[in-house]
Design a protein around this ligand. Structure first.
Ligand code: NAD
Length: 308
């Protein structure tokens, strides 16, 4: 009987923790690490082993997943502060699957560095939010050699629907940045449109219901307004700082390859303002508050007394 191989997982945040939980629930053995003790404890309670560092994860597991916040953190974990700390040079690692959103340029550079020491690099950002991570309905945007994709496809399917978007690491990131620019645009533009309607006297929940079956339908109006903004919960589980990182990365990379983004630049300014005023840790649905303040409205269900 062959032994179930040990998988590694580094970064147990809003996305990483539910994705790692799904691997455990699917019967995989897991060794994991996060800087936050409470995230490690939560996964240990589900049967994972907890390592003392990213390097210790890669000393034990052949396939290691990363779900880390920024390109800088991904680089630091791969390279390590000192030679003895990074994933490069660890005893077991053969395949590195980066689920984080980092942008194409750093991914290309890291892939080269990692592949030079014999580790396969799988660029594999995801979309679908915390809910998708919990339910296993993420879109997984994989860019790597086809043979690597084929050997990982079953594993990636634990997270959702896997797509092989290209052979070269970086293409998954470009795919993801294009998607998130659209998602950020839908969020900001929908906040403006709903604020306009509310100021005119419409109920935002009624607006969402109508738009959802009209030509303005989008994921912000479908999910974020009814679930997080109109009920004033602002708890969608994606930080404004991370959304802003994705938008600014997309703008930089579009500029570098000569693609104009006039709409994207305006969207980028709104996300910069959100982070400046509400902090990088604020939930990205709080961008609506920035628009509300300027419009002098609150996007909430109309109380009977406020209805005409
Ligand atoms: P998060 O901030 O909730 O989680 C990141 C985790 O990484 C945290 O638990 C943090 O403690 C840990 N971490 C930071 N530095 C570390 C280090 N040096 N070693 C080990 N752990 C470290 O972020 P998230 O929302 O889970 O997002 C993770 C990645 O996925 C990001 O790149 C994000 O852009 C992307 N993403 C997020 C969403 C979402 O809806 N939240 C959706 C799709 C993609």
């Amino acid at each position: 009987m062959t032994e179930t191989p040990m998988l590694g997982f580094i970064g147990l945040g809003n996305m990483g923790l539910p994705m790692a939980s799904r691997l455990l629930a699917a019967g995989h053995k897991l060794v994991a690490f996060d800087l936050r003790r409470e995230a490690c404890d939560a996964l240990a309670a589900q049967g994972a082993e907890i390592a003392t560092s990213p390097r210790a994860v890669a000393d034990r597991a052949k396939t290691v997943f990363l779900s880390l916040p920024t390109p800088q953190v991904v680089r630091a974990v791969i390279e390590g502060q000192h030679q003895a700390e990074g994933l490069i040079g660890a005893a077991s690692i053969k395949v590195l699957v980066d689920l984080s959103t980092t942008g194409a340029s750093i991914t290309k550079a890291l892939a080269q560095q990692v592949q030079a020491v014999g580790i396969r690099y799988v660029d594999s950002p995801v979309s679908g939010g915390v809910n998708g991570a919990v339910k296993g309905t993420l879109a997984v945007m994989c860019a790597c050699a086809r043979t690597d994709y084929e050997s990982l496809e079953a594993l990636l399917s634990v997270f959702g629907k896997a797509f092989h978007v290209g052979e070269t690491p970086g293409l998954g990131q470009s795919m993801k940045l294009a998607n998130n620019m659209l998602s950020a645009t839908a969020m900001a533009a929908s906040a403006e449109a709903i604020a306009f309607g509310v100021k005119q006297g419409l109920d935002p929940m009624v607006m969402a219901e109508v738009i959802n079956v009209s030509t303005g339908a989008n994921t912000a109006i479908r999910d974020k307004f009814p679930k997080a903004i109109i009920p004033r919960l602002f708890n969608f589980g994606f930080a404004s700082g991370l959304m802003n990182k994705d938008v600014q990365l997309c703008l930089q990379e579009a500029q570098a390859c000569g693609v104009p983004m006039a709409v994207g630049s305006a969207v980028g300014a709104i996300w910069n303002e959100t982070v400046e005023q509400l902090g990088a840790e604020s939930d990205f649905t709080e961008v609506a508050k920035i628009i509300e303040t300027k419009a002098g409205v609150v996007i909430e269900v109309k109380t009977p007394s406020s209805k005409e």
